[in-house]
Write a protein that binds this ligand. Structure first.
Ligand code: UGY
Ligand code: MN
Length: 236
């Protein structure tokens, strides 16, 4: 059936909800056999860029001029010779840009951000990791809401990326309003997201940008866990 111009994507001053029916694909400079869906960028007021890169087998990214975090959503990627699969991730500083190529058809969530140095604190080195190796922390003691921090807890890093997994019925314990902004990609399941004064149904594949101080709350619905990857500026 024709959608007659309907979507539940939304663009407000303090948040964006981008659902897959509104995704537009275009290659970024330097991409080869790959394309990008840009979700958040400085043009909307974000201080970072987040996109999903979609690779054909043999596809590659151009070099990053900023620090770059990459989380594999699907397929196999090779980063400076290291093979990463779904749930694996890599961080590279602007000074030590990595080469990223696809061994198979693949998708990755990518975050790029100008680095904000902290006086007296050395800049971070690159690393790779595997989400299943990260210990889960119960958010504010709630075992139904697991947080995994993918970036080391170290003031060298000026941002954090976590996964948050909610059992069905689990919720954020409060409406959060904070100085940090967020980029959020729904990885599994779904629920209701409050953003500002609106409540949205969200599901796997949706992206949300939240500006600093955007009121936010989530409750997981359905019979399977809801999970998202969430970026926030941190330590500055
Ligand atoms: O880390 C956070 O601020 C996180 N609890 N926010 C969110 O899930 N919307
Ligand atoms: Mn938050």
């Amino acid at each position: 059936m024709h959608h007659l111009g309907q979507t539940h994507s939304a663009h407000r001053a303090d948040h964006i909800l981008q659902t897959p029916d509104t995704f537009v694909r275009a290659p970024l400079p330097g991409m080869h056999k790959a394309t990008a869906i840009v979700h958040a960028a400085p043009v909307i007021g974000a201080r970072f860029t987040q996109y999903t890169a979609e690779f054909e087998p043999g596809g590659s990214l151009g070099p990053a001029s900023l620090q770059r975090f990459l989380y594999v959503l699907q397929g196999e990627l090779k980063i400076d010779g290291v093979v990463l699969v779904r749930g694996d991730y890599a961080y590279a500083s602007a000074e030590h840009a990595t080469t990223v190529s696809a061994k198979s058809a693949a998708r990755a969530a990518i975050i790029e951000k100008p680095y904000l140095p902290l006086p007296g604190v050395p800049a971070p080195a690159g690393f790779t990791g595997r989400e299943s190796d990260v210990a889960a922390m119960a958010l504010m003691g709630d075992n139904a809401l697991e947080v995994r921090a993918l970036i080391p807890d170290n003031p060298s890093f000026d941002f954090a990326v976590n996964t948050m997994t909610y059992l069905p019925g689990a919720t954020l314990p409060m409406v959060e309003i904070h100085v940090m902004e967020h980029g959020l990609l729904m990885l599994a399941g779904g629920g209701i997201y409050r953003l500002g004064d609106s409540w949205y149904p969200v599901a796997e594949g949706d992206f949300i940008w939240m500006a600093p101080f955007c009121p936010q709350w989530f409750g997981a619905l359905g019979k399977t866990p809801a999970k998202y990857l969430i970026y926030k500026d941190w330590n500055r």
